[in-house]
Design a protein around this ligand. Structure first.
Ligand SMILES: [Zn+2]
Length: 100
């Protein structure tokens, strides 16, 4: 998997690794019974802080097709009212106090 070299928000390359959680597979996936014997992909799970805008982001770029189409993926932002309320408030807070 390719490593992210630039910030998703401001394109800066001024990144600092802040956490390393080792090797992990995708979360929130349901493996069908016929695929139990197949191995699941694993990736380095490290996150970096953009020193220019403050965004924390995953360092590895994964392909959406691998997450959403190869197996049954259970999470969407609209799954729960709590999630929708959280992201609505987060967007409101960001718009009131942008990083830039
Ligand atoms: Zn940034």
């Amino acid at each position: 998997m390719p490593k992210r070299n630039n910030c998703l928000a401001c394109i800066s390359d001024n990144q600092k690794k802040i956490i390393d959680l080792g090797m992990n597979s995708y979360a929130d996936r349901f493996i069908s019974q016929e695929n139990f014997s197949n191995s699941d992909s694993i990736f380095f799970l490290t996150c970096s802080l953009c020193k220019d805008c403050g965004l924390i982001q995953n360092d590895i770029v994964t392909h959406p097709k691998d997450i959403y189409h190869l197996v049954d993926y259970s999470y969407t932002a609209s799954n729960s009212q709590y999630s929708k309320d959280y992201w609505r408030k987060y967007a409101h807070d960001i718009c009131k106090n942008p990083f830039f």
